[in-house]
Design a protein around this ligand. Structure first.
Ligand code: SAM
Length: 285
């Protein structure tokens, strides 16, 4: 069955009485080249166990099943389960798990389902939960790589070098743990229904060690979040507000790190954030 053929999809979904849900971010791929290219980008092979989030009717699942040792796909929409039972019948190495990816213990799931395999992630994500899903995946250390189709703008931000002006607190978090790479765009007309924005594939590879050495990770991320809290303000104003510190003390720390007094958060590299966090930590003691 061609799971990207418009007529096939219409017939299949009609027969199962399925209706698209906007709140579940349901935009299904309708060009077979796209799931093929995403699965190829994931570099899944027979030694990999792939976690997929949101299989829909299964076009990416099928491509992953052709490459990987095993595919476990978590689907929240129960009305897709009978559809998937039909479309995934030819793939014995696919297991569908009914549930909300944000509520599952992914470490336990990978340990149970991927014994003897290298766990990786590949998904066309529901866009409304991109950040919480990526956060959860990054915080589940068994996943070596994460290849996801997300909004183009978000992918650009997450792949941009810190300090280039395009970053944010979440990209500091992501790039601290993973190397990120922007792969290719997927235009709106490749989906049913068409989303409002262009999409892109982002690949993240877990670093052997975090990108920078920090003494207190929690405080490092607090400083990163604080730096972007008041985007229109200077770093000193934003950090003073976020950390509840005297502006003069923050200004002194910024100067000690040889950063310009009027610098904004988006101009700091990961190394700058690390140095500044160490210096601000001393200021707070
Ligand atoms: N993989 C399919 C494709 O590429 O055609 C569908 C992708 S669609 C963008 C996102 C899928 O994620 C939908 O099937 C939706 O029901 C599912 N989904 C939404 N929220 C979810 C959640 N919290 N946990 C698991 N699946 C979810």
């Amino acid at each position: 069955m061609n799971l990207c053929d418009y007529q096939t999809i219409r017939e299949l979904l009609g027969r199962h009485g399925f209706h698209f849900s906007k709140s579940l971010g349901q935009n299904f791929l309708i060009d077979p080249q796209v799931p093929y290219d995403i699965a190829a980008s994931s570099q899944a092979d027979g030694r990999c166990g792939v976690l997929e989030i949101g299989p829909g009717i299964g076009p990416l699942t099928a491509e992953l099943a052709r490459r990987a040792g095993k595919v476990v796909s978590v689907e929240l929409d129960k009305s897709l389960l009978p559809v998937l039972a039909e479309t995934m019948a030819p793939y014995p190495n696919v297991e569908i798990v009914s549930g909300d990816v944000l509520k599952l213990d992914l470490n336990a799931l990978a340990a149970e389902k991927f014994q003897g395999l290298r766990p990786i992630v590949c998904a066309n994500l529901p866009y409304n939960i991109t950040t919480p899903v990526l956060t959860k995946l990054v915080e589940t250390p068994c996943f070596e790589t994460i290849t996801v189709l997300i909004q183009k703008e978000v992918a650009q931000r997450l792949a941009a070098a810190q300090g280039s002006g395009d970053g944010g607190a979440f990209s500091v978090f992501l790039q601290y743990h993973m190397e990120t790479q922007y792969l290719f765009d997927v235009p709106r007309e490749k989906f049913l229904p068409e989303p409002k924005v262009t999409s892109a594939v982002l690949r993240c590879v877990r670093r052997a060690h975090p990108a920078v050495e920090v003494e207190d990770e929690a405080f490092f991320f607090k400083v990163a979040r604080g730096a972007f809290l008041l985007r229109r303000k200077t770093l000193a104003n934003s950090l003073a507000a976020a950390l509840g510190m005297e502006k003069a003390a923050v200004q002194a720390a910024i100067a000690d790190c040889s950063l310009p007094a009027d610098i904004r958060g988006e101009r700091l590299t990961l190394e700058d954030f690390a140095r500044l966090a160490e210096r601000l930590a001393k200021e707070r003691r």
